[in-house]
Design a protein around this ligand. Structure first.
Ligand SMILES: [Fe+2]
Length: 341
């Protein structure tokens, strides 16, 4: 037996012994799996940087200044790394922290969620980068929409809605003017409001006529819009939005894509505030694709919303316990971010 087995080895000795084996000696890379808590902390910082980036390019476009499309590449790659470390944390972060500027946060959320869906669909890293970039720039045409319509604190009139609906064409033109932007990204901006049955805009494209990346963007765009807080509406809980989208899956979306999106986030995405069959309340902290209806829940409040000793229960291992309702945590002044951490 070789020297390597003679005694317990220190970490340093193990690394030394394995140094010539290219696979075994590899240090954990930027995509090594992380826990929800570990990744939430990293994703929080990254998300803040990403929103600042979105603000700077949208503001530049609005002022008619040039923007360098390739500047987004490192940021998109950092977001993809975060998705590989723990996609539940990356998906949750945008819903856990209060950011008010929807136009900017929406670019990042669509980019991240489209990457999560693309990963579920088995896309290569290269294709995920394309998807992430397409998400980042899908609404760039909104920079051309007059601010009093874009940021109107209420429902739009029909006339204002017509103006708003020009943003995909503006986006197409803006991206087409830039050198070397891949066709898929330009079509993502142009086609993300098209619907599978042809009832979308601006061209009323149907089914396969809509580009592959635009079909992904369409799903995550609707999800983010409905789960986001706006001046004129409260956010809907993610679990409720996914149920609504499941109903619209045949008319609005490409076959099977909503189902795949639900599998990637879980029926009750991480960060959902739920009521259990015992009447107690808690926050979803983890899920597995094998048990979409039975995530891990951190119970924090009793049936009358009085705080109780926090405990984690895995509903997949407890057949007597199930989720009976999804609740808007804002209505109870609950800070989900703190409860998960
Ligand atoms: Fe849009």
């Amino acid at each position: 037996m070789g020297k390597i087995y003679e005694k317990a080895m220190t970490e340093e000795e193990i690394r030394e012994a394995l140094k010539d084996d290219p696979v075994l000696a590899e240090e954990p890379g930027p995509t090594a799996p992380a826990t929800i808590q570990e990744e939430l902390e990293r994703a929080d910082k990254l998300y803040g940087e990403a929103v600042n980036y979105a603000k700077s390019f949208m503001d530049n476009v609005r002022e008619g200044k040039p923007f360098d499309f390739q500047d987004a590449t490192p940021l998109v790659n950092d977001l993809i790394d975060s998705v590989f470390r723990n996609d539940s944390a990356t998906a949750a972060i945008s819903k856990l922290k209060a950011f008010d500027e929807y136009t900017y946060t929406h670019c990042i959320n669509v980019s991240v969620l489209a990457v999560i869906l693309g990963k579920r669909l088995g896309y290569s890293r290269e294709k995920l980068e394309m998807v992430g970039m397409a998400g980042m720039f899908h609404d760039v045409g909104k920079a051309i929409i007059p601010p009093h319509i874009l940021n109107k604190p209420g429902a739009l009139t029909d006339k204002e809605m017509d103006v708003m609906r020009t943003h995909p064409v503006h986006g197409y033109k803006l991206l087409k003017e830039q050198p070397d932007i891949p066709e898929e990204i330009i079509r993502g901006a142009m086609e993300h409001h098209e619907k599978h049955d042809g009832s979308g805009y601006p061209r009323g494209l149907k089914g396969e006529q809509i580009s592959e990346i635009a079909r992904l963007l369409a799903v995550v765009d609707v999800y983010d819009a409905l789960t986001s807080k706006r001046v004129y509406k409260d956010p809907l809980p993610p679990g409720k939005v996914l149920a609504m989208m499941y109903k619209w899956r045949v008319t609005d979306f490409y076959p099977d894509i909503v189902e795949q999106f639900i599998k990637s986030l879980g029926v009750y995405p991480v960060g959902s505030f739920v009521r259990l069959s015992t009447g107690e309340h808690g926050v979803v902290t983890d899920h597995s694709p094998e048990h979409p209806l039975n995530p891990v829940v951190r119970i924090c409040y009793d049936e009358r919303m009085r705080p109780e000793l926090k405990r984690d229960v895995n509903l997949a291992e407890d057949p007597d316990l199930r989720i009976t309702d999804v609740i808007n945590p804002d209505e109870h002044g609950v800070d989900i971010f703190k409860l998960i951490q």
